[in-house]
Design a protein around this ligand. Structure first.
Ligand code: ADP
Ligand code: ZN
Length: 722
């Protein structure tokens, strides 16, 4: 037999299959090690065939077969081929998407545990050995138990019983269960009529894709879980995708309680071993539900019954490294292949998705009310210009402070949202106007009070805080623009009694960093949670009755066609954290631009109004979804090389432009808005296209010019145009 192998080297020169001799235990999708260019490398078997076109004496043998079961099933192999073609990137790179990273490095091992059971007659234990008798009784009732747990519970009695020869101990392979300790029992509630209808509509529609547009707290999660349960009952599997940040302990507890070990959770907060085990349980078919952030869309599942993408508008569904895939596209291909439904859910769908639903391409379900008709929190718009005039320089308006005090008195909890981490956005010399900038990036530095340093938020470099201006020697250094650290400090000054937690990139590093903070807040260990957009996503804290949005304008002024949409989404999502249980919630929305239509629509929960306005504007400006923004990025450490590559790319693209100029609404080359990041100079060719037909050629040109020194890549409707 002969195996066609793609070696795990992501280089265009070896981007083709190589033939190797193999035994009949080898099938497509298995990982193997093979001799390659005088060394040994791993690879994936794409196909097995009877014979090669090469003479047998030219063929080398596979050294080792690394899998008993294929790591990629037939569907995944075909999908990988398709993606490699679509994004013009080496197959090796695409195949990596389907494997947990720890599998490539081969650094994880199986874990075993010891299980104990009782051997012999309890009557043989003398009555004075009371603990040993209790242990024996426990075991005879339970059958068997984990040895470590027994030692914790029964201490030396375990040893005693073992010495009597009455303890049978056995080692077993176990799958690490990262959320063991979170297991709770699941309250199975009957669906509300609206939820019931939604489930029926989705299961009966002829359309592959359904969008659930349901306000925050309308019970979307329960709909997803019911659909997943139905898939399981039908003997099928399911994929449940959520933004990374929504992978909270609450979410896990709910899922584990409901589906026990038939769900596998893939999450970057897990240890390598845990993630590997979860993946392995999916591949072996022991677990049938894959839950995770975008990469879980590549889960090794067969016979998929439903795919869910929660918070479909979330930016984390677009990959930012090659291949720059969009999760929806992959999910759609898998849904089509498996003949199953793809369900999207959001309180604030992206304009593009909503348009497709309204035009009838997707089924649309609207849930305009919260569960039990709980009212949406009332939103108070506060004009911060008037606060400044009144002589209030703090980040909190009088209206917010008043409500915060009431909230604290009642023993409720509050969330304060500010989309800027650090202490101040930057530092400026008051005498000469000098702004501290990063040496490696074309951006200003952020002051961090806890470490008393300046940090670059693009590359992470830290700098000493200035004691004097390096330009003019002046000592009047101003802190400009409030960040979460400053908010926390001011709060502590104002309310010394209040317990405050802060959640931003600086407090959430490490394993389960943000999970721990959310858990503590859920356990009412704090009164106020201050944070960046991390606090906005899908959390369900019943005691939160006040949400403060400190600077609603911040994301409005991004140089990006989606900044309005993003602001609407953020404000709605954060506001949705308030008043989710019995007590009515309130939201204070602080802005310097109270007449802004986005904020007005958000304050009145008027998604339709927002959508109509936004879509009208996009149509007039020919922005997505009425056009496609395509950007070819060219970056290199050497400016000259980058510029030369930019020129080459541009010239080739000009040929496409000349042939299909009617498809181009805009076509130009320029500096990227941030000219340098991590020492790399950045240029772009920016295009707006009426449709995607020139894309294959654009991808091809980028692939041709991409070299070791100069990175050239294509972005479609990028979430971030910096
Ligand atoms: P969404 O995902 O739409 O924001 P959730 O699914 O989090 O909403 O539901 C909001 C709240 O309503 C949660 O506290 C949830 O436990 C509760 N809930 C959901 N469905 C039901 C139901 N059928 N009966 C009672 N409570 C429900
Ligand atoms: Zn930097």
């Amino acid at each position: 037999m002969v195996a066609e192998v793609i070696v795990d080297i992501a280089h265009s020169e070896v981007d083709r299959v190589f033939d190797y001799l193999c035994g009949d235990e080898v099938c497509a999708g298995m990982r193997v090690t093979v001799p390659f260019a005088r060394s040994v490398t791993t690879g994936i078997v794409m196909r097995v065939k009877e014979e090669s076109e090469l003479p047998p004496e030219k063929l080398k043998k596979i050294i080792r077969v690394l899998d008993e079961l294929p790591a990629l099933n037939a569907e995944c192999l075909a999908l990988a081929e398709k993606l490699a073609r679509r994004y013009r990137c080496p197959k090796a790179l695409v195949l990596r998407l389907f494997l947990p990273a720890e599998m490539r490095t081969g650094k994880v091992s199986e874990r075993v545990k010891s299980v104990a059971s009782l051997e012999g007659d309890i009557g043989l234990i003398p009555p004075r050995a009371k603990r040993q008798r209790e242990l024996a009784e426990f075991l005879s009732a339970r059958g068997e138990a984990d040895l470590t747990a027994l030692r914790e519970e029964f201490g030396s009695a375990v040893k005693g019983l073992e010495e009597r020869g009455m303890l049978h101990i056995e080692k077993r392979r176990v799958f690490r269960d990262p959320y063991e300790r979170l297991q709770k029992s699941a309250p199975l509630r009957p669906l509300t009529p609206a939820q019931e209808d939604a489930v029926h509509t989705i299961e009966r529609t002829q359309k592959t894709v359904t969008l659930i547009h349901g306000v925050t707290g309308s019970g979307k999660t329960e709909i997803y879980l019911t659909l997943i349960a139905h898939a399981l009952e039908a003997g099928k599997s399911a994929i449940f995708l959520v933004p990374e940040i929504s992978l909270t302990p609450q979410m896990f507890a709910q899922l584990r309680a409901r589906f026990r070990m038939s769900c596998a959770i893939l999450h970057s907060g897990l240890s390598a071993g845990e993630r590997f085990d979860e993946w392995e349980r999916l591949r072996s078919g022991e677990a049938k539900i894959a839950i995770g952030a975008r990469s879980a869309v590549f889960a090794p599942l067969e016979n998929i019954g439903v795919i869910v993408i929660d918070e479909e508008h979330d930016g984390s569904y677009s990959s930012e490294s090659s291949p720059r895939y969009n999760t929806f596209d992959i999910a759609y291909l898998r849904a089509k292949h498996n003949g199953c439904k793809l369900v999207l859910g959001s309180a604030t769908p992206s304009v593009e998705t909503y348009r497709r639903a309204k035009e009838g391409e997707f089924e649309l379900i609207t849930l305009p009310e919260r569960i039990n008709r709980r009212p949406m929190p009332e939103v108070h718009l506060v004009d911060m210009r008037r606060e400044v005039k009144r002589g209030n320089p703090s980040p909190f308006s009088a209206a917010l402070r008043e409500r915060l005090e009431t909230c604290l008195e009642k023993g409720d909890q509050a969330i304060l949202f500010l989309n800027r981490r650090g202490y101040s956005q930057t530092v400026i010399c008051r005498d000469c106007g000098y702004v501290a900038k990063c040496e490696h990036c074309d951006v200003s530095l952020t002051y961090h009070s806890e470490e008393n340093c300046l940090k670059c938020h693009y590359c992470g470099t830290k700098y000493h805080m200035l004691s004097a201006c390096p330009e003019c020697g002046g000592v009047h250094i101003n802190y400009v623009g409030t960040g979460t650290q400053r908010v926390e400090r001011e709060l502590k000054k104002l309310y010394p009694e209040a317990r405050i937690l802060r959640m931003d990139n600086d407090t959430t590093s490490g394993k389960e960093g943000h999970l721990k903070i959310l858990q503590r807040f859920a356990a009412k260990e704090a009164d106020i949670l201050v944070g960046t957009q991390m606090v906005a996503k899908g959390h369900d804290f019943p005691n939160v009755t006040l949400v403060g949005i400190l600077d609603a304008d911040m994301s409005l002024h991004f140089p990006d066609y989606r900044s309005g949409e993003r602001t609407f989404q953020l404000v709605t999502q954060v506001a949705g954290r308030s008043g989710r249980a019995e007590n009515r919630g309130e939201v204070v929305l602080q802005t310097y631009d109270p007449d802004n239509y986005i904020l007005r629509f958000a304050a009145s929960y008027d998604y339709e109004g927002f959508y109509e306005h936004e879509v009208g504007m996009r149509a007039a400006m020919a922005f997505p979804p009425f056009a496609r923004i395509v950007r070819v990025m060219v970056t290199a450490e050497e400016d000259k090389l980058a510029l030369a590559a930019l020129k080459a790319v541009y010239e080739k693209l000009q040929r496409v432009y000349a042939e299909e100029s009617e498809k181009f609404l805009f076509f130009n080359k320029m500096h990227a808005p941030v000219k340098r990041i991590q020492n790399k100079f950045r240029y772009q060719v920016l295009m707006r296209l009426t449709d995607g037909s020139p894309l294959p050629r654009i991808y091809e040109i980028a692939a041709e010019e991409n070299t070791k020194e100069v990175l050239v890549y294509v972005e479609e409707n990028p979430g971030n145009l910096s």
